[in-house]
Design a protein around this ligand. Structure first.
Ligand code: 5GP
Ligand code: ZN
Length: 114
């Protein structure tokens, strides 16, 4: 694990966060700067910098992240009203933290993409 990765530190509980879900493969916690009433980040416990760095052997972790998202959406009460799952990759997408993370956004009408 890179010592400078903020999300690795959150997973390791070295820095505090509002964790809403955790299992063997993924951890999910509330975004520190929410862009919607519900804004949760779902991350693989393994450090992978971005989708560009994903190997076929680790591709199943994206499935685990999506399945966690489904469960979190239900627990947050937004499964029926709707939610958006986003993974930013690279500069044009505005990726700031280089540890793969899926944003779960919900709780208001979300704008169009792009
Ligand atoms: P990105 O732009 O890389 O897709 O999104 C990174 C997200 O991580 C941002 O929405 C930002 O608010 C969130 N974030 C950055 N640092 C922290 C932190 O220390 N704790 C939490 N909970 N969220 C963070
Ligand atoms: Zn990391």
């Amino acid at each position: 694990m890179p010592t400078d990765c903020i999300f690795c530190k959150i997973i390791a509980k070295e820095i505090p966060s509002d964790v809403v879900y955790a299992d063997e493969y993924v951890t999910a916690f509330r975004d520190i700067q929410p862009a919607a009433p519900t804004h949760i980040l779902i991350v693989p416990n393994k450090h992978i910098a971005s989708i560009n760095d994903l190997t076929e052997a680790d591709a199943h972790l994206l499935g685990k992240m999506n399945f966690a998202a489904k469960q979190i959406a239900k627990a947050e009460g937004v499964d029926e009203s709707g939610y958006r799952l986003i993974i930013n990759t690279g500069a044009d997408a505005g990726q700031i933290v280089f540890h793969i993370h899926m944003h779960l956004l919900a709780g208001k009408k979300l704008g169009r993409l792009g």
